[in-house]
Design a protein around this ligand. Structure first.
Ligand SMILES: NC(=O)c1ccc[n+]([C@@H]2O[C@H](COP(=O)([O-])OP(=O)(O)OC[C@H]3O[C@@H](n4cnc5c(N)ncnc54)[C@H](OP(=O)(O)O)[C@@H]3O)[C@@H](O)[C@H]2O)c1
Length: 177
């Protein structure tokens, strides 16, 4: 982790679960972290959960990754205040039980596609652009799922469009590579 000391990481979906845990670990390992999510109060609570001396190294930023303008604004803030991003963790993701053929499910299907795919598209592009401008050999990590590699059959739990969205993450990761 030495090369990342005092460097900036952006973590999407930082207000709970894996994203919140990653933020804490990165701060404790010496990075400065911009923690992105929609629920700002949870991001503030995450910051408060850190030891006092480390709190200044976590920056909560309200950002809905389905909104391109939000993502651009968040990256601009990191550029201006933290000197650009060195590590991006694309973690924000949504999954709800449902069937792709359920009636009136367009809003949910769009939310999964906009979060799990378009959120990664916007954030990865912005990270790449700033890394290129600043000549940073950064890392971009996409949090995927086993459902991105095969379609799990779980009795009583239908994953709707989620496996398709995570298969897209697998294909996008190879395409970016
Ligand atoms: N947990 C598992 O067993 C598991 C297994 C396989 C893959 N994964 C993947 O791992 C990642 C994290 O999962 P998790 O279980 O930790 O999920 P989680 O606890 O439900 O947290 C999801 C995070 O994503 C954020 N998020 C959702 N929609 C967003 C949006 N439009 N804009 C910004 N942030 C958004 C949520 O924050 P706000 O609601 O505050 O915006 C929250 O912080 C996901 O990509 C998921 O697909 C998880």
């Amino acid at each position: 982790m030495e090369r990342w000391q005092n460097k900036a990481a952006i973590v999407t979906g930082a207000s709970s679960g894996i994203g919140a845990a990653v933020c804490i670990d990165l701060v404790k390992a010496g990075m400065t972290v911009a923690a992105l999510a929609r629920r700002e109060e949870r991001l503030n609570a995450l910051k408060d959960s850190l030891p006092k001396a480390l709190r200044g190294n976590l920056h909560p930023i309200r950002c809905d990754v389905t909104q391109e303008a939000d993502v651009i604004r968040a990256f601009r803030w990191v550029d201006e205040h933290l000197g650009g991003v060195h590590v991006l963790i694309n973690n924000a993701g949504v999954l709800r039980e449902g069937n792709m053929t359920d009636a009136n499910n367009t809003e949910y299907i769009r939310a999964v596609i906009d979060t799990n795919i378009m959120g990664v598209v916007y954030a990865t592009r912005e990270a790449f652009q700033t890394m290129k401008t600043k000549d940073v050999a950064g890392h971009i990590i996409n949090i995927n799922s086993i459902a991105g590699h095969y379609v799990p059959i779980i009795p009583g739990f239908l994953m709707s469009i989620y496996p398709a969205s995570k298969h897209a993450v697998t294909a996008m990761t190879e395409t970016y590579r």
